[in-house]
Design a protein around this ligand. Structure first.
Ligand code: FUC
Length: 783
């Protein structure tokens, strides 16, 4: 069958359309003009692979748009579409085995301990459930001989992705966005000549779906989620696309909707599952998506677009960043990534920063699921690491930029997940450890599984839930909202309670330590990662206990528990400096003998970032030790691990070192053409960690002071940032020139006092809620 006939057959819906089968794209000339828009990603050609497609999302549903001319692919996601169903993976043999595991570890029989953990402690099943794709919407257009002036872009300010091209003298435009207001993905097709819009829409299905049409204009995909790890898929899901045309005709076959000679067309796509919460999958996706499509269909396209843009900009426009511009920004985005190492593109860092904020707004909004390993965007039924929540670094990193970059609301899905984990984790604490409180190990999924998974060297780590509690406290630190703190305090308290019940006394110093545990996911020199008292655990517990102590004071509650925490905190293993001058990763000085000296995880550096237990001014010896450890680990590693190092060097006030590592993050080996971070493969944590790193270079507030330009690199001699947030409830605008602060404006949201620092100079400020002050480079009131 010739290509032309195949395409005609497809267009007339005689056989189902699918990606690949009719993917003959026309001859194409890209747009050579240089728009130089500071807040757009743009390209001269369509995406040839998923990591070139552009993401849109409303926090719950998302799409990856490829921008193909003849066969457009809009890959869809819904954030509760995961494999399996409610399950409890706790290994019933764990509780009896744990005393023996502890004895083996304290006798230094680490490999034997690891074997026993594999046999009796690791969860059943050994893995957790995968996040799944919701399939593709495929649009097939009539043959085009040649196409000119092609361009596609993603505008971060409007949160709309647009494809434009000219064909036979007609200019075609396709816009796609995911509306948080109307809960639909909207695809809008127009042309500058009437009657030019003709296409057929179909779904390309993942497993177990039935595709149908309804009401003469609507495509419906009904499905069941996948089984995984022996857990049956018990969710139903539905994706529904209604095609509305202006002029022309709309016809359907059993599995496609065709539009012929319309002036314009709008496709409204809704997606939902039967997930109500981690224990209940009795929802009615059909009722949900029907309601959403019907609601959106009542509005004009212009109204849908205006509502969407306004809601996006409410969050996005809170922060602006200018690091300077150059001719480099006139290039297409993929070309800028390739060229970045040649220097002279300061604006790319600002674009990366704003892309990170765009991604967080698009994948983590109140009411939805938190950002997983790929945020919201995944084209597979079994993505890398199942695109779960890896809580030994990756999930936390996703939320590092949130508060500082003025997106506090975006943390709400994470807080809701931690609340769920405090319930499932209470069962795990009780059944596995016979302990009160709650525990979560190194991973979780939609079903809030909290047991140790994968194997002892990855899963046998009890501090995931405790680390997540940092974000509960940070929300209070940045907002000062006591009502909120009252709600989350019991969750923080429960996390601390678990450790009060399970810490063990190590024989040498009589410190209280976690056991069994690991320093994620690094093997020590004795044949395993399993150990007692890795530094990271003491550091996390130090913060958890301190935050609970502070919270109980703010709320004036729980005095006995507070005392218990203070006493236990005093007996945690301290930060130690090893024989090579390094910050020690384990209880003993094993660092120099560990098999992977350049391991991607820098778990013991938690004390430097995200924690503030190590600071250059407060603990200079430890800060030096942290430098030794960071230098030994090296700068070049996986995407997220590079991002962690940027934040650490910013905390050490070394802007040029932080910038040189940023350079590695922007390398094509770590940044895909669509600017998604490459572990590789795609993992979104590097985007968020990089965004946080850029913010940390400009502003820090973890020591009780608001520190301005603490790690400004020489590559950004002049610039301006507005809207960053500082702990204590402050909003900061600052400008600099010649590498020096020129002025700063500080607005108080919470009405608290603050010390402002620039280099060695400090200034006390006292502001009422809503009050603002402007200071000059001397930190004196600006005239
Ligand atoms: C941790 C990391 C890996 C990867 C995975 C999702 O296990 O060590 O590099 O990021 O999470």
């Amino acid at each position: 069958m010739s290509n032309y006939i195949r395409r005609l057959v497809c267009f007339l819906n005689l056989i189902p359309c699918s990606v690949g089968l009719f993917a003959a794209e026309p001859q194409l000339t890209g747009n050579a003009s240089a728009p130089g828009e500071p807040l757009s990603l743009w390209y001269r050609l369509p995406a040839t692979r998923w990591e070139e497609a552009l993401p849109v999302g409303n926090g719950r549903i998302g799409a990856m748009v490829f921008g193909h001319v003849s066969n457009e692919r809009v890959q869809l996601n819904e954030d509760t579409l995961w494999g399996g169903g409610p399950y409890d993976p706790v290994n019933p043999e764990a509780r009896e085995a744990l005393p023996e595991v502890r004895r083996l570890i304290l006798d230094a029989k680490y490999s034997d301990a690891a074997k026993l953990i594999s046999a009796k402690v690791i969860s059943r099943p050994v893995g957790q459930m995968p996040y799944e794709t919701a399939g593709d919407l495929v649009l097939t257009f009539p043959d085009a001989a040649s196409v000119e002036n092609y361009r596609r872009d993603l505008n971060l300010d409007t949160a709309v992705t647009t494809v434009e091209y000219s064909e036979g003298g007609t200019r075609f435009t396709r816009q796609v966005f995911a509306s948080p207001v109307d809960q639909v993905v909207v695809v809008h097709l127009t042309a500058d000549k009437k009657g030019s819009i003709s296409f057929a829409a179909g779904f390309k299905a993942p497993e177990k779906v039935i595709i149908d049409t309804e009401s003469g204009d609507t495509l419906v995909m009904r499905g069941t989620n996948g089984d995984a790890q022996g857990i049956r898929g018990t969710q139903k899901f539905q994706v529904r696309a209604r095609v509305l045309a202006n002029g022309g005709t709309v016809t359907t076959t059993s599995n496609s909707v065709a539009v012929t000679n319309a002036d314009s067309a709008t496709i409204l796509i809704a997606a939902a599952t039967s997930y109500k919460n981690y224990q209940d999958v009795s929802g009615n996706p059909e009722a949900i998506v029907k309601g959403q499509v019907a609601g959106a269909a009542k509005k004009t396209f212009d109204k849908l677009l205006a509502g969407h843009t306004q809601e996006h900009q409410r969050l996005f426009r809170r922060v602006s960043l200018d690091l300077g511009t150059s001719d480099a920004m006139k290039l297409a985005t993929d070309e800028r990534i390739k060229n970045f190492r040649n220097g002279q593109d300061p604006q790319f860092a600002a674009l990366y920063f704003q892309f990170g904020r765009y991604l967080l707004i698009s994948c983590s909004r109140p009411g939805g699921q938190p950002a997983n390993l790929q945020g919201l965007w995944n084209q597979s039924m079994n993505p890398p690491w199942q695109s779960k929540y890896t809580i030994n670094i990756n999930t936390e990193m996703n939320y590092w930029p949130a508060e500082e970059c003025n997106l506090g609301e975006c943390v709400e899905p994470l807080i809701a997940m931690v609340k769920d984990l405090s319930q499932t984790g209470a069962r795990t604490a009780q059944e596995m450890y016979g302990a009160r409180g709650w525990v979560a190990h190194h991973n979780t999924d939609l079903w809030r599984a909290t047991g140790p998974i994968d194997g002892p060297d990855w899963g046998m780590w009890p501090s995931g839930g405790a680390w997540l509690c940092d974000h509960l406290w940070d929300r209070y630190e940045f907002s000062g909202d006591k009502e909120y703190l009252k709600e989350v305090y019991p969750i923080m308290r429960g996390a601390a309670q678990f450790f009060l019940d399970t810490l063990v006394e190590e024989p040498t110093h009589k410190w209280l330590v976690t056991c069994p545990s690991i320093s994620p996911e690094n093997q020590h020199p004795f044949g395993s990662a399993v150990c007692a008292g890795p530094a990271m655990d003491s550091e996390i517990l130090h913060d958890l206990f301190s935050n609970c102590v502070e919270a109980s004071k703010v709320l004036d509650t729980d005095a006995d528990f507070r005392r218990q925490l203070e006493q236990t905190r005093a007996r945690l293993a301290p930060l130690q400096i090893g024989g090579k001058g390094q910050l020690q990763e384990w209880l003993e000085d094993w660092d120099g003998q560990a098999p992977e000296q350049q391991h991607r995880h820098i778990s013991h550096l938690y004390a430097l970032f995200p924690s503030s237990q190590i600071t250059p001014r407060g603990t200079p010896e430890l800060a030096e030790a942290a430098k030794v450890s960071l230098n030994k680990r090296g700068d070049i590693t996986t995407g997220w691990a590079i991002a962690w190092r940027i934040n650490c060097w910013a905390r050490l006030h070394d802007g040029n070192r932080a910038f040189s590592i940023l350079d590695h993050l922007f390398d094509p080996s770590r940044t895909y053409p669509d600017m998604f971070d490459a572990h590789p493969p795609f993992q979104i944590d590097g985007n968020f960690g990089g965004t946080s790193g850029i913010a940390e270079m400009l502003l820090q507030s973890q020591t009780g002071e608001i520190e301005l330009l603490p790690a400004l690199p020489s590559a950004w001699p002049a610039g301006h940032v507005a809207g960053l947030r500082a702990r204590g409830g402050f909003e900061i605008d600052l400008a600099w020139d010649g590498g020096k602060l020129t002025n700063v404006k500080i607005k108080s949201v919470g009405g608290r006092e603050a010390t402002v620092r620039y280099g060695e100079r400090t200034m006390e400020i006292k502001l009422k809620s809503g009050g603002a002050v402007e200071l000059n480079s001397e930190l004196q009131p600006a005239s």
